[in-house]
Design a protein around this ligand. Structure first.
Ligand SMILES: [Zn+2]
Length: 185
């Protein structure tokens, strides 16, 4: 494994104690769900990542923080031609292995309860909690994907009335992510 290989699965508590940091680029194809939304070739597209794990041992909380950024071309909902969108997230996420620990967080802290997201598993007696960090970062960017991407200026290909109706009916496929990601209010 080269020093710059992004790890597929990590044990958040162990790796945080070891001070895991990673910075570099990966092909956009590693973000499978975002790639699926793309139109045209994504071969030259990259993801820029800068992330680290840190441990708040006293509160038994692991913090995943950093920056992730990529560009993807999706179909413009107005003219149906590709429109490039920038996805940029500065994240600071608490990874907790027990819901009861949430109350120790600041009110405006973002958190993930291990085992509740597809990208994480909860630890048990013989298997430690694991997380797919790349997938967690992809989740952050998916939350930023516009429901209806459009160029700033372009021409309708449909009759506006028809399009507006269709737009209203379209559910956001990523709503589930928003519900997994907690926010104390
Ligand atoms: Zn357009």
């Amino acid at each position: 494994m080269s020093a710059n290989t992004f790890p597929a699965q990590i044990e958040p508590f162990k790796w945080a104690e070891q001070g895991f940091v990673w910075a570099g680029t990966l092909p956009l194809s590693r973000f499978v769900r975002i790639s699926r939304e793309a139109v045209g070739s994504i071969d030259d597209q990259l993801i820029n990542i800068d992330c680290k794990l840190s441990m708040d041992a006293y509160h038994r909380i692991v913090w995943l923080s950093g920056h992730v950024e990529t560009k993807v071309s999706v179909e413009c909902q107005r003219c149906l031609n590709p429109v490039e969108i920038n996805l940029v997230s500065d994240f600071h996420l608490a990874l907790v292995d027990d819901e009861s620990l949430i109350e120790r967080l600041d009110e405006d802290a973002d958190f993930i309860v291990l085992g509740e997201s597809e990208a994480t598993t909860k630890g048990s007696f013989d298997a430690p909690a694991t997380a797919d960090l790349l997938s967690l970062m992809e989740d952050e960017l998916l939350l930023l994907m516009p429901l209806s991407a459009k160029h700033e200026f372009c021409e309708h290909k449909h009759q506006p009335a028809v399009e507006e109706l269709a737009e209203e009916k379209r559910d956001n496929p990523f709503d589930i992510l928003a519900s997994l990601k907690g926010k104390l209010n």
